[in-house]
Design a binder for this molecule. Sequence first.
Ligand SMILES: *Cc1c(COP(=O)(O)O)cnc(C)c1O
Length: 432
Amino acid sequence: MSPAQLAFDRDHLWHPYTSLVDPLPVYPVASADGFLIKLTDGRELIDGMSSWWSAIHGYNVPALNRAVQDQLAKMSHVMFGGLTHEPAVALGQRLVEITPQGLDRVFLADSGSVSVEVAMKMAVQYQHALGHRGRTTFLTVRGGYHGDTTGPMSVCDPVTGMHQLFAGFMPRHEFFDRPPGGYDAALDRDYVSGLEEFFHRHADRAAAFIVEPVVQGAGGMHFYSPRYLEEFRRLCDEYGLLLIFDEIATGFGRTGPLFVGADAGAGTGTERGGSRQPDIMTVGKALTGGYLTLAATLCSNRVAEVIGAGEASVLMHGPTFMANPLACAVAVASIDLLLGRDWPADIARIKAGLARHLRAAAQKPGVKDVRVLGGIGVVELHDPVDVASIQARFVAEGVWVRPFGRLVYIMPPYVISDAALELLCRAVVKYV
Ligand SMILES: *Cc1c(COP(=O)(O)O)cnc(C)c1O
């Protein structure tokens, strides 16, 4: 890429969460293949980010390329109003089959944020249809991240989401503390009684409780026990709220199970199957293997039937690029590729590698905590990193890691080799 092109990028293109006045440096990419990102100057970087949880199979994947090309030869898009197509049906079938039991109705959205908007609108329409017109508030926990459009943003962590900046523009919802940390931690009874009180106080105005199950991603890479999901379920039932799981980051095996919500009876949870069953669930990010933007909102028959019997009778949403055939086709291929390989073995292997090679970071003075869950490794620091300088050191080391705040974290493609994973972890340990 020429200096002039880079200068144009710097002066005219917004990058995620950056300033156009004083932007962080960007690195021009020529191509990507497997777990390697190739820069235009010829350097190759081991990918530690899966392009934000999405590229689980790595890049330039033959089966996924073929799926897009085959679909492209038929049609890249047709409207979904009044028309349908094989890729949408095939994807719907797979999603109904592999997501937690009972989530049988599928809305195909064009990004994660939109799928959360749809989930929230479903919940409000559901309550409205039941005659609960005042139930328009959402309950959630602090530390969450659900996307950047207004609805999702309003249930993101109020501090890191800078809610004061949008006061008056954004709806206000109710926040309780996030569950205390540790995937294997025992249930904290005081926390649960606080949560009970929180539901008691706000439930009569609330449509739903929305949460990222077990892993809070962009809100702080916080892990908590699946036992709390059962408490969320119990309280939602008791107070007539819908339970929404946002599995946009956790879905497709990243934390260990294919979906956290489907993993009843695993971990330290009880054996009561279905007790952590959500009413509505969102998936995105890894849905297309990182190829194209696509997400889905799944809900139970009951939610769909109540909405259908309500005053509006229809779900009030329908994006222009709903169920885009190219995106659906590559999502089908990505799911088939995932299920066709021994992905639990990949996750177990990556988890073991992360645990072994990141452990040394815990000895460093700036490090507060090192934690690993499934294919996610997190090094939490005492102080925020200087992103520009640590990023430059990582690139010089031949790895792609993008820290935020006090968090240096990696979640590599499932196809990463053991040797590359070790190099990735060594670079992290070296520079934190
Ligand atoms: C990334 C993310 C979103 C938003 O998805 P986009 O495709 O970026 O709109 C929502 N929820 C969670 C948990 C996410 O990680």
